[in-house]
Design a protein around this ligand. Sequence first.
Ligand SMILES: Nc1ncnc2c1ncn2[C@@H]1O[C@H](COP(=O)(O)OP(=O)(O)OP(=O)(O)O)[C@@H](O)[C@H]1O
Length: 606
Amino acid sequence: MPDQSTPPTRGTVRTLARILPFVRPYLGRTVTSLFVYVALTMVSLSVPVVLQWIIDGPLTTGDARQVWPAAGIVLGLGIAEGLLIMVRRFLVLTPSTHIEANMRNALYAKLQDLPVAFHDRWQSGQLLSRSMSDLSTIRRWLAFGVILLVGNVVVIVVGFGILFTWSWQLALVFIIASIPMWVVGFRFEHRYSLVSRRAQDQQGDLATTVEESVHGIRVLKAFGRGKHSLENFLRQAEELRGTELEKARSIAGLWLWLLLIPDVAFALSLLGGVVLAASGQLTVGGLIAFFAAAAVLRWPIESIGWLLSMTFETRTAVERVFEVLDEPNPIRDPEHPSTVAEPRGRLVFENVHFRYQDSPPSVPDLLDDVVLEVEPGETMALVGLTGSGKTTLTALATRLYDVTGGRVLLDGVDIRELTRDELRARIAMAFEEATLFSASVRENVLLGRPELDLDSPEADAVLAEALEIAQADFVERLPLSADTTIGEEGLSLSGGQRQRIALARAIAARPSVLVLDDPLSALDVDTEARVEAGLRRVLASTTALVVAHRPSTVMLADRVALLENGRITDVGRHSELLARNEHYRYVISSLDEDRETEHEEQEVIA
Ligand SMILES: Nc1ncnc2c1ncn2[C@@H]1O[C@H](COP(=O)(O)OP(=O)(O)OP(=O)(O)O)[C@@H](O)[C@H]1O
């Protein structure tokens, strides 16, 4: 993640301009509402002009006939002002919400597209706060911040022009007295950008803490760490409060000047105005109109401060959103993709090297020249000590990560030459940690079959078969059977039930290669035996690479590959390896021990 303490590198305008592609479709409406707002303030500014004309004209000459048309003009201006306010509100309503929705969709699509390596590095709370609160900040700024800012600057410039025509001396006094305000505003920018960035990052960290503690609520409760977690949360919340206070203090400092300076400017101009009127250089009408116009200009001048702070906050939000959108994705589809002409399911790891991006240079590659050939229809078990890289090796087959050296070939084609859609249709995975989505069992199981109509008889058949092989008969006993919503928002399932649904999902994808990362670990012995019998039927026609943590999973395989020090050091039948390979015997005996400990634990619990 980017360093939070570094000052922003791009200028505010250049950073904000990055949202232009999203704004472009709604540019017409946004610019129109800007013009309407400017017109609105011009109407307000013209009232003093009419005022001056009435005072210096009909009122001075006593010509009553001209008072009525003048009053009519003032009334007309009032009505025009009301209508323009209505039109502006109507115009700004929809574009900003559309822009926000489009940006959110783009961000979500990007998050889906980015590789696992990106998600390893980024905290989920940071991504959450960027896709929610930062985008809302951008929407609010587009809805009125930018319009008021640009509109008010235009009004201030035009207003000063009008003041000049009435009395250049007074206008000069007013402008010179206002200069310190601009200086304060610009000095404020740098400081505020840093604090506002820090606050937004801290909000992301806080969201991560909430998300993690909600996810891990059971562990926290079981270990009695709720209090510790609360303390951690309070500390972060306190830090955020401190930063928000710092923000509020710097805004308060700005406000002090923004309120004080126009007052001083007003007072000085008033003084000058009285002197000029007394010496006959300014009419009474001119003097009153001057102050009426200055009063109209007061709000635009005062508003510049918070509009600037809003703009800088939006700049930070845009920066944070684009940090994700700009993230390069090294795992892309090739420009000219190949395809597997005759899918048979031959999976080959050819001199494969891999190291995680954050592993120190002094550490050798985690996978260091892996050579492994899994023949079509064969079931290959992957065995190795814990932490030897078995899961990592399976992740390379579906390009969750890309190899850092060598190649992975599917039916002779480098998997990087296939589109990711084709690759993931050909190779399906089931993980030890079964992730289910808040959707029905049916939707979860048929996730890898987007071409199927979920309610079709064919989908029913695929679903029933997959659930049967995975021994997920408990689904029938759910309140709405396969249409019951499960996952985070739905019915809670046991670890073993979740694993069986995840396994059914991999089976239902009907891939040519099935990659199973210890998908039976949460099952009891009987269920495991039944699932294995079902799997044997599937695996007879499908190539499978199965990470094995139990001797029974090894028995399921035709051959076993031993992963040792980043390499496949032996491949053969279980009995052959037992007979000839000491390290294999050691690994298997440690699996046996794990299994016995598990049994003992189950007995103690029973
Ligand atoms: N996303 C990651 N980023 C950095 N290092 C990782 C990441 N995932 C795993 N590792 C490291 O890579 C090594 C191999 O992990 P891996 O999960 O592939 O081993 P494994 O053989 O499957 O282990 P186990 O049998 O315990 O499941 C470990 O030292 C682990 O700390």
